[in-house]
Write a protein that binds this ligand. Structure first.
Ligand SMILES: N[C@@H](CCC(=O)N[C@@H](CS)C(=O)NCC(=O)O)C(=O)O
Length: 231
């Protein structure tokens, strides 16, 4: 099969997990390019205008940025736009925005919200990403007090809920919007499902994922989406 494109990514980036889930759901062949987090700003094909991952270079060489835009582009180019199509566009637009706003913000608190959580996460990240020899160690040990002390704590404090409660509320609110269907999209997952799935899945490599797995409705939905991915 010809490659659908090239995905410039970081393994642990939640926005990249969104795009990867879609590619797996559609069973598309693609070329993953794992960037060195320390060099991303120089090596991304979209630099210097856009220096974030993911960046998608499609089969025609067109460069697309921003994860939800990338997902719509892939669906439109490779799947006839079926996943983004909706009989209720206002509902779809409202919820994709809700997912991108709330779930994206909730990944940092659950992964870095406690001192030990933060250390576990940065150690895991340093193993999963393509760091250089020194920066790998530096990130694992120096990264965690930064993520814990500065970023995550201020977010947890601002929200007032524990990271676990926050995720349970989000999963509850999201699955309540399904109208008794298995998916947001009804009988099959749509692009909104895959967007939310990407954020949740980005927590799955870490031990903190166990804080989400006791949310029954959330996990039933998560497993149902997971079952649609081609191995
Ligand atoms: N809205 C963007 C956000 C992407 C993003 O923030 N990616 C992070 C990695 S998880 C990044 O590359 N940050 C680098 C930076 O902000 O300079 C998307 O959905 O693609």
């Amino acid at each position: 099969m010809a490659s659908a494109g090239q995905l410039h990514m970081l393994y642990t980036c939640p926005f990249c997990w969104k795009v990867r889930g879609l590619l797996e759901h559609l069973d598309l062949d693609y070329e993953p390019v794992q960037v060195n987090p320390m060099k991303a700003k120089k090596t991304l094909p979209s630099a210097p205008d856009w220096t974030k991952v993911p960046v998608w270079v499609d089969a025609k060489g067109e460069i697309i940025v921003d994860s939800t835009t990338i997902m719509k582009h892939i669906d439109s180019q490779n799947n006839g736009g079926i996943l983004w199509a909706s009989s209720d566009e206002a509902r779809r637009d409202k919820w994709v925005e809700w997912v991108d706003l709330h779930m994206s913000k909730a990944t940092i608190p659950i992964l870095y919200g406690g001192l030990f959580s933060a250390l576990k996460t940065t150690t895991r990240v340093s193993k999963l990403e393509k760091f250089g020899f020194i920066s790998k160690r530096l990130y694992a040990w120096a990264g965690f007090p930064i993520m814990w002390g500065i970023i995550a704590r201020s977010r947890v404090k601002k929200d007032g809920r524990t990271p676990k409660q926050l995720w349970h509320d989000l999963l509850g609110e999201f699955t309540d919007s399904f109208d008794n269907s298995t998916f947001f999209g009804g009988e099959k997952p749509d692009l909104v499902d895959l967007t939310a799935f990407g954020y949740v899945r980005s927590i799955s490599p870490y031990p903190q994922f166990s804080k989400l797995t006791d949310h029954a409705a959330g996990m039933a939905w998560y497993k149902a989406v997971e079952a649609t991915l081609k191995a």
